[in-house]
Design a protein around this ligand. Structure first.
Ligand code: PSU
Ligand code: MN
Length: 307
């Protein structure tokens, strides 16, 4: 598959400089403009500051891009004609010359093809709650892709709009290692903890990179999920989030939002209902994931070279 690399990403991959993949759905469908472009720029800065090179992935007019120009980021942030592309949408987007933002699933898929081992996002998709407004029967392709793309994904867990116990069960069935970074519970995106235990946790970067290194050395076909909770100073109380989520879910039912449109709809409703607070929190956790992913990419590369 042909991928268009930006000069910076191409150079980094050739020279063996650590690279961190970034998704673009968070830009096109996760934040309002101009917060989204602010996030995209800050995410790149924070990764560069840690000594890694950011590679934002998207489909631009039918071309798979790994590393974007400012104009391309601006297009993704402002156009209302950007498809939300999971893996199954790639043939339609690429074949049809369309512009699409990549989800955790499709970004992981492309990152592996590009030889990028670490990917930072906000939160992963998961198993939706079965009741109305939860999406009905709806399981994100992010989970399936985590089982078959050989990439370490750093995320602040998943949002409490999802069924988190079921999400963890599916990750177990799919043999995806789930590692808590400085936590022994699964983070709930806006909140530090869902209260659900994770199967393993590490207390520092050295340990994390050793485990990630072992994942690749064992040749496991799956990805690995690193759960990095939101920093305490930005975190929201579980009760505050739960109350907002209930209202946002009702708004989604009233608006008839379904399928792939559910998550973006609920994110927008949470932002409105909280007067922008959830977007601020979302920004803080995404940047923190960028930072940890960059540190991991740097450590992992030297670890892999050592062994
Ligand atoms: N969660 C967020 N913000 C997002 C997403 C999830 O807080 O922008 C996006 C990610 O790109 C994720 C996708 O991969 O939604 C999952 O969508 P679905 O549930 O339709 O698979
Ligand atoms: Mn879905």
């Amino acid at each position: 598959m042909e991928i268009d690399y930006s000069p910076a990403v191409k150079q980094a991959l050739e020279a063996g400089v650590p690279v961190v993949a970034l998704e673009s759905t968070i830009i096109s469908h996760g934040f309002p403009y101009p917060k989204n472009i602010e996030l995209a720029a800050k995410m790149e800065e924070i990764i560069l500051a840690e000594g890694a090179v950011p590679a934002t992935i998207a489909i631009i007019k039918g071309r798979i891009k790994c590393g974007l120009t400012e104009d391309e980021l601006e297009l993704l942030a402002t156009s209302d004609d950007v498809l939300k592309c999971s893996v199954r949408d790639l043939p339609v987007a690429v074949g049809g010359g369309k512009t699409g933002a990549t989800t955790v699933a499709s970004t992981s898929y492309i990152a592996e093809l590009a030889g990028i081992r670490v990917f930072a996002t906000g939160g992963i998709g998961g198993v939706h709650r079965a009741e109305e407004g939860g999406g009905g029967f709806d399981v994100s392709a992010d989970l399936l892709e985590l089982s078959r793309s050989n990439v370490v994904v750093v995320a602040a867990g998943a949002k409490s709009i999802l069924d988190l116990p079921a999400t963890l069960e599916v990750l177990e069935s799919y043999s995806v290692p789930v590692i808590g970074y400085k936590t022994d519970t699964f983070p709930a995106f806006h909140s530090i903890s869902s209260g659900l235990p994770v199967p393993a946790s590490v207390s520092n970067m050295e340990e994390l990179s050793q485990i990630a290194c072992m994942h690749f050395k064992l040749g496991l076909p799956s990805g690995m999920l690193v759960c990095n909770p939101i920093p305490a100073e930005y975190a929201m109380d579980n009760a505050e989030v739960d109350a907002l989520v209930e209202k946002a879910r009702q708004a989604a039912v009233d608006a008839g939002a379904k399928g792939a449109a559910i998550t973006p709809y609920i994110l927008g409703a949470l932002n409105r209902l909280s007067n922008g607070k959830t977007s601020e929190v979302n920004m803080a956790l995404a940047l923190n994931n960028g930072k940890i992913a960059a540190q991991l990419a740097v450590h992992l590369l030297s670890q892999l070279e050592k062994d």
